[in-house]
Design a protein around this ligand. Sequence first.
Ligand code: MTE
Length: 300
Amino acid sequence: MAYRWTNDLTDRDVTDEAIYLNRRQLLSGAAAGVGLAGVAGVAHAADLEPTSWEDVTSYNNYYEFGTGKDDPAKHAHRLTTEPWSVQIDGLVDRPGAYAFEDIMSKMTIEERLYRFRCVEAWSMVIPWNGFELADLLDMAGVQSGAKYVAFETVLRPDEMPGVARPVLDWPYVEGLRLDEAMHPLTIMATGIYGRDIPNQNGAPLRLVVPWKYGFKSIKSIVRITLTDSEPPTSWNKANAREYGFFSNVNPEVDHPRWSQASERVIGTGLFARRQDTLMFNGYADEVASLYADMDLTKNF
Ligand code: MTE
């Protein structure tokens, strides 16, 4: 099978889902986790049941390609992802356009099996491949005045039929506080199930912040800017009452129009299984301390 980036996938070059799952059983039997050694508290990832490749890549939100769940899978093949570069600027020592290949040659690609919880109250479990965002930011050299990180998705009206409609204020933008961005759970995903990440999931690289609602995980990133003030974010601009800057998964703070106490598990059939939503999406041990002094009902 063809990888664009084979440098450090060696023992992770999974060819399909069946092999992935089989290998995973072996690993969990040996209490080895899923390539997550070293990340505090992620050992319990071995208990998670990954959502199928089919579901992860056909039930998507990527409004630049339309608002239907199947629109991204239908239209995102039009996005050109080669060549690709990421502009890293703002409060960094080494600003510039970083070519995707150069980034990949310097980063360590790991496998991370994460829960993924959309603000729409559905969830998946996704075996991402990617690298820690902190490593990329270190490469650019974060300056001491930086407090936030702003992200921007590519905007190509010729390739993105959805942007003809003003559903959101394009380009899609997102942001994190610097400590959130530097947290070891925060990754830039470049693959799923050991394969290059499909366009509908945000090729060639997208953010994944597993303790926050899925819309924080911005796709197809072309710009990362270090700033000293909170950056605007697309869904907050669209409706500040419903979507806050933090958007941490919190079963105790309902969306104004629906409960966040439970979630529909994608891939469990027509009468999908529901399960209780966990505080910080199950990553409270790792990240609750980031918000120790905050009122989470106000800072939602
Ligand atoms: N990024 C961009 N650029 N455009 C989008 O519409 N949707 C967000 C997020 N990132 C979105 C985006 C939302 S609402 C979710 S739930 C996740 O992507 C969905 O990711 P997935 O399709 O890979 O599951």
